[in-house]
Write a protein that binds this ligand. Structure first.
Ligand code: TA6
Length: 329
């Protein structure tokens, strides 16, 4: 079954009526595919689909949807779901011989009945565990045996916590290398009202310029045209400030040195079949990733990559809050 804190941590005490056992519900998606709905008693929810192991919804306090999912998204094979948090593994983009962004995002994952323990955070009451192992077909295109364990959790303040653990289970002693990204689609009010802080002055590969390397020169990153950049050695905390919504997403990452930023803008949007022509205005991808330096695992070794998202009311729009407080506080 999907993991639940009630199975691995003490039962709630009568003094803490808020800390009741979580509700984890298996539900059907638009195309009849299973998803797990996480409902934290404190009023936060998230959804993770077995198809792609993909988070497709995150809401705090019964409020707005915080992740973007296209109105034209297709929730079934063979493509990936356009929105939420697609997982790019074992290859990010076209940096290798596999299909773009690897195959994990368009495989059917299973519920992980028996995940090895993660460090206990007793404040986390609601989580789901999924697992992906390669099929015979997968082994033909990427000849490595692995166990990919994914935990999706809701933190005490409604933060969305996503942890990936990938283990090399090759029986013949061979190591393997992979690149990776949480291809996170954030929902924004209007892309022209959004800026990113934390990536200024970094080096990046520009996918729109033959992947050439440049150094970011400007102040905060704003959007006026198509952007597709891989920032290298990005800091562990990045802020996405939505002036119109007066909301800041704070993204914390661990084990993932790079950060990809993508918005297709108007022309490119029209070429993406499962994406509305105008939807680029309501989304922004900021993607914790390991691209420049692939991760190598020997048999028996495990890698862990973690993403933590919070959405907080923002006073950045008035220019009153020192960005350092969010990024370094
Ligand atoms: O992460 C950015 C990117 O690699 C872009 O180049 C862009 O094409 C995007 O991913 C979406 O890729 P997809 O295969 O999901 O259409």
């Amino acid at each position: 079954m999907a993991g639940a804190a009630s199975a691995s941590s003490p039962p709630p005490t009568p003094k803490s009526p808020k800390l009741q056992p979580p509700l984890l519900e298996r539900a059907k998606g638009p195309s009849g595919l299973d998803k797990i709905v996480l409902r934290d008693p404190r009023g936060f929810t998230a959804e993770v689909r077995l198809y792609g192991g993909q988070v497709t919804s995150w809401k705090k306090d019964h409020g707005d949807e915080l992740l973007f999912v296209s109105n034209k998204a297709i929730f079934k094979s063979p493509g990936a779901i356009r929105g939420g948090i697609p997982i790019c593994f074992p290859q990010f983009g076209t940096h290798g011989n596999l299909e773009k962004h690897g195959f994990a995002r368009n495989r059917l994952w299973s519920i992980d009945d028996n995940p090895p323990p993660l460090p206990v955070n007793t404040a986390i009451k609601t989580f789901a565990d999924l697992i992906l192992k390669p099929s015979e077909e997968d082994l033909k295109i990427w000849p490595h045996s692995f166990e990919f364990r994914l935990r999706v959790a809701l933190g005490p303040k409604g933060d969305l916590l996503v942890t990936s653990r990938i283990r090399n289970t090759n029986a013949d002693g061979r190591p393997f290398s992979f690149t990776f990204a949480y291809h996170t689609y954030f929902s924004v009010s209007d892309i022209s009202e959004v800026r990113i802080e934390g990536l200024e002055t970094l080096d990046y590969f520009d996918n729109l310029q033959d992947k050439k390397r440049y150094t970011e020169q400007g102040d905060a990153i704003v959007f006026e045209s198509e952007v597709d950049k891989i920032y290298l050695d990005a800091p562990p905390k990045i802020a996405i400030i939505d002036h119109e919504k007066k909301r800041t997403f704070v993204l914390r990452k661990d084990g993932l040195p790079d950060a990809v930023v993508w918005n297709p803008w108007d022309k490119k949007s029209k070429t993406i079949p499962d994406f509305g022509d105008e939807e680029y205005k309501q989304m922004l991808c900021v993607e914790p990733a390991a691209v420049e330096k692939p991760i190598t695992l020997k048999p028996g070794e495990e890698w862990k990559g973690r993403l933590e998202l919070s959405a907080v009311p923002s006073s950045y729009y008035s220019g009153q809050l020192d960005p350092d407080k969010v990024l370094h506080g």
